[in-house]
Design a protein around this ligand. Structure first.
Ligand code: NAP
Length: 471
């Protein structure tokens, strides 16, 4: 009988699947690849994949037939109906013990459902968050696999090689938890990414409109910040973006791009899920609101002619405002990460995912879009105390926030005075102030609820549920 030499199959050779396939092969694992539109498969095996250990096939039968058992098939297709369609086509071809790995941005509840359904047929299912974009997929992404632990174990050797490596050499992959845990964590990663991007954009706005810095001056500011505690992929690419010229017009690229932010949904899922779980993530909500407001371009242009505000130009010390902006960005970023991490802590209990937050921070240190030197410190905070309720209870982070909060307040105050919107920085400051308030004005809300709807309230001085006849 012919020996099957292919250990991995990849279905879906779009931007991500094709690069992940090349990455897997480069790391010493021969693979079989399939794409619904066969031209993409040919393009890969006759182009960059030529002469490599990649077998292109035109049918799923051929893909399955060429794989050694248990078969390990990575799906890199669009999230949603495409994943169900491919699973349905593969099901009759698979045998008990085979492993399907969904590497797309699937909604975690879909992965929970698929994992349970496939288990009935003894097919093992891994929902794997993949972050790092096109380049990450090729050279080393951060991988967040969830599903049956023994299925992860039979993939671990491959995934550890394919994943990015952190500065200490650790591979940026770890078993996340059962069922949809991997996709859940990838979703929250993207929610934090939205917050990170909005915070950077707001600070860019303050320095651009408030101080009148040119794009090349801004690029220098961000490049310098990237040498310090703000070192991160997003700050690094911001500096690069601000230097880029448009080939067509010769203008700065960033100035020819329309100011309407789009979204694919993972940030919104994070917000919606946090609302469902009752977890506070105001900076992530604000980042979404920022994108939504940006999409009101026509209305904004119209309103800008009617609604006047203060002059945008700052009159104080330029150096001092730049220094405050740096500290405000760092503190707001910590607060956004604190929110995302606490959301995962709450979800871990609600869904019994048993998430190891320190380990998750560890695998986000390289390969993924939110990679940042801050994540190494977050990992250490959870090593100091694995059941940390919120990052703000860690001594190092408490101090980091305390020493920067006046800068954060100055920046927010300045933006309000100049009429420059800071949804996410504002949400971070309010989150901090709410979180550290032993008392909040919710007593009044409870009174109002009881007044108009007899919703009852609790008292500070005795147990029980009470109602007052207010009129
Ligand atoms: P893409 O370039 O648009 O490719 C989509 C792939 O899905 C193609 O191979 C397409 O096949 C296949 N597909 C779509 N519908 C299908 C169906 N009904 N049946 C079979 N195949 C179908 O997308 P991508 O950027 O590679 O993304 C793939 C997944 O990774 C998505 O879930 C995405 O959210 C996730 N992801 C993307 C990034 C990123 O930076 N791009 C990062 C992390 C995760 P055809 O060629 O035949 O249409």
């Amino acid at each position: 009988m012919e020996q099957k030499t292919f250990g991995i199959g990849v279905v879906g050779l779009g931007v991500m699947g094709r690069n992940l396939a090349l990455n897997i092969e480069r790391n010493g694992f021969p693979l079989v690849v399939y794409n619904r539109d066969t031209t993409k498969m040919r393009h890969l095996v006759e182009g960059e994949g030529a002469g490599k250990n990649i077998l292109g096939v035109e049918t799923l039968e051929a893909l399955v037939g060429n794989l050694e058992r248990p078969r390990r098939i990575i799906l890199m297709v669009s999230a949603g109906a495409a994943v169900d369609a491919i699973i349905n086509q593969l099901m009759p071809l698979l045998s008990p013990g085979d492993i399907l790995i969904d590497g797309g941005n699937s909604y975690f509840a879909d992965t929970d459902r698929r994992a349970e359904q496939l288990m009935l047929n003894e097919i093992r299912y891994i929902g794997m968050g993949v972050s790092g974009g096109e380049e990450g997929a090729l050279w080393g992404p951060s991988l967040m696999p969830g599903g049956q632990r023994e299925a992860w174990e039979s993939l671990a050797a491959v995934l550890r090689k394919v994943a990015a490596k952190a500065e200490d050499g650790a591979p940026c992959v770890a078993y996340i938890g059962p069922r949809g845990a991997g996709h859940y964590v990838k979703m929250v990663h993207n929610g934090i990414e939205y917050a990170d991007m909005q915070l950077i954009a707001e600070i860019y706005d303050l320095l651009r409109r408030g101080l009148g810095l040119s794009n090349s001056e801004l690029a220098e500011v961000f490049a310098e910040w990237n040498q310090g505690e703000l070192r991160s992929y997003l700050v690094e690419i911001t500096a690069d973006i601000l230097r880029k010229k448009d080939a067509e017009t010769g203008k700065d690229m960033v100035d020819v791009i329309l100011d309407e932010a789009e979204q694919k949904g993972t940030g919104k899922w994070t917000s919606q899920n946090a609302l469902d779980l009752g977890a506070p993530v105001p900076t992530i909500h604000a980042a979404l609101e920022g994108r939504i407001l940006s999409s009101f371009k026509v209305r904004r242009v119209e309103a800008s002619k009617h609604l006047r505000g203060p002059s945008n130009r700052y009159q104080g010390s330029r150096e001092k405002l730049i220094a405050s902006a740096r500290d405000a960005l760092f503190a707001s970023k910590i607060l956004a990460y604190a929110q995302g991490l606490e959301l995962m802590r709450i979800a871990s209990e609600a869904y019994q995912y048993d998430l190891q937050l320190g380990e998750i921070a560890g695998i986000w240190r390289a390969g993924c879009i939110i990679r940042a030197s801050l994540l190494g410190d977050i990992m250490l905070a959870y090593r100091r105390r694995a059941d940390l309720p919120n990052l703000l209870f860690d001594e190092v982070f408490r101090e980091a926030i305390e020493t920067r909060q006046s800068a954060m307040r100055t920046v927010l105050e300045t933006s309000v005075q100049l009429g420059i919107p800071m949804l996410a920085v504002g949400a971070s400051v309010a989150y901090l102030d709410s979180y550290r308030s032993a008392w909040l004005p919710a007593n009044l809300i409870q009174a109002q609820r009881d007044y108009f709807g007899a919703h009852t309230y609790k008292r500070v001085d005795k147990q029980g549920v009470f109602h007052t006849d207010w009129t």
